[in-house]
Design a binder for this molecule. Structure first.
Ligand SMILES: *Cc1c(COP(=O)(O)O)cnc(C)c1O
Length: 455
């Protein structure tokens, strides 16, 4: 590399601009960025020269410019193949969208839309009509509101209804969800005064009743999305809390987290609380995520009593956390699957949950045959994403015994698209359940390449 020793032999920017490589870069990356890259490489060479008195040859300089341009423009948000078997993997972007949701987003994003336009009247409309009419029809509520995410939904409910006032919550529910969402912190941030009742494992209706002395304006229930309390434990039912709230005339707000619209027990899982149940048991407002078990885009959904939803909509915070048109398009298309009773077939999250072990075993077996390595073993997939803690789905995985599993897994991450696998008992394990059928070709290509590199 260091072939020249005189700084005067370092090519100038103008000289490099004459080369074919640089001209190609200019057409792919634009002139200003290409010039930046050239100058930055030449500057560094001059600095180094002061210490080492050597300079790289022209070929090596161009190589450095090329890799700089590549680094600067490479997307950091890239698609990956999720072979972990965790269906709602928060770090990997939670729910993949249905084809209909993708089509709806594409069509709304590529042009103008009726986001806030009433076609019949020919004048300004409101964005709140879009997903909300579907939510009302599906859950039977009188009002609904969609915001940016569920953390924002909870924050809005607390801020608009309980700022500077007392809110009762059980100590069993002062939970932390992934990504730094802590129920007590969100409550404090909203300006609500926290009135904790009960102990960390047991809370009784009488605890709630004695908190009435503090003149609360809301009872909040938060779902323990990502852990379970077992053993000596009790909590009043939602129905009991609802009748207490009704008796004193304050709302009961239920933060369901995932908030399923389908019954997870139909699929051999434990029962994740459903939005419809929470409403039927008397919650006045129910908050849940768009991108957990609903299987749609990131969103926070609030359904329930019209007078309360109206207060939320009017609060200035609602404007700051409103859902954008892409979210509303994707969410509406996703909700339509539920309305048409086709969610289990059309929503990828439910398709993955519903996938039969036989189907999975066949796919894993096929992978073994195609790549000529590994074996099919029993395993467990999880739903993840703050739902059904401790619950697993039986699965079959492709297990690979390799000399250095950690290095192998790191190589898989370098593939395009990157492949995210698991390490289990010193084996590299890949679960077909979370690999989308259309990614299978790329997965097998990636696996084959990593094998070739190793030998
Ligand atoms: C996940 C979760 C949240 C946060 O929802 P986001 O959509 O991630 O903002 C809030 N509360 C509970 C109980 C949750 O499980």
């Amino acid at each position: 590399m260091a072939t020249m020793t005189d700084l005067r032999s370092l090519p100038s920017v103008d000289q490099l601009l004459q080369t074919e490589e640089v001209n190609q870069w200019i057409s792919s990356y634009g002139r200003p960025l290409t010039l930046d890259a050239i100058r930055s490489v030449l500057d560094k060479v001059r600095l180094r020269y002061a210490e080492a008195s050597t300079i790289p040859d022209r070929e090596s300089l161009l190589e450095q410019v090329g890799s700089k341009l590549q680094n600067w423009t490479a997307p950091t948000l890239r698609d990956v193949i999720n072979a972990t078997g965790v269906i709602l993997h928060t770090n990997l972007g939670r729910a993949p969208l249905s084809q209909a949701a993708l089509d709806a987003i594409r069509s709304v994003a590529s042009g103008y839309s009726t986001l806030e336009y009433d076609l019949r009247k020919g004048k300004r409309g409101t964005r709140s009509v879009h997903a909300e009419s579907l939510l009302k029809r599906i859950t039977g509520v009188s009002a609904a509101l969609v915001v940016n995410n569920n953390a924002a939904a909870v924050m809005l409910a607390l801020t608009a209804l309980a700022r500077r006032r007392a809110v009762v919550i059980a100590r069993t529910q002062l939970v932390e969800i992934g990504g730094g969402f802590r129920v007590p912190d969100v409550m404090k941030q909203s300006g609500a005064r926290l009135v904790e009742v009960g102990t960390t494992n047991r809370v009784h209706l009488a605890d709630y009743e004695s908190a009435l002395d503090e003149s609360p304006v809301m009872i909040l229930r938060a779902h323990r999305s990502n852990f379970r309390i077992i053993g000596f434990t009790t909590e009043p039912s939602l129905t009991e809390l609802a009748s207490l709230a009704r008796r004193v005339g304050i709302p009961l707000v239920d933060d369901l987290g995932s908030g399923s619209l389908l019954d997870t027990s139909r699929f051999g899982l434990g029962h994740e609380p459903m939005v419809q149940e929470s409403l039927a048991q008397g919650a006045d407002l129910v908050c849940f995520s768009g991108d957990k078990l609903l299987g749609g885009p990131q969103a926070g959904i609030i359904v329930g009593r019209a007078d309360l939803v109206a207060k939320l909509k009017k609060h200035p915070l609602a404007r700051a956390i409103r859902a954008d048109k892409l979210c509303l398009a994707g969410l509406s298309a996703t909700l339509l699957h539920y309305l048409k009773d086709e969610a289990a077939q059309e929503v990828p999250v439910w398709r993955m949950i519903a996938m039969s072990t036989e189907q999975i075993r066949e796919r894993a077996q096929n992978w073994v045959e195609v790549i000529g390595h590994g074996e099919v073993i029993n395993g467990e997939s999880t739903v993840g994403g703050g739902s059904l803690p401790g619950e697993t789905l039986p699965t079959f995985t492709l297990a690979l015994r390799v000399r250095s599993p950690n290095r192998f897994i790191a190589r898989l991450r370098e593939a395009h698209p990157a492949i995210i696998a698991r390490l289990e008992d010193d084996r590299v394990v890949l679960d077909p359940r979370t690999v989308l059928p259309e990614q299978e070709g790329a997965l097998l290509d990636g696996l084959r390449r990593v094998y070739e590199k190793r030998h």
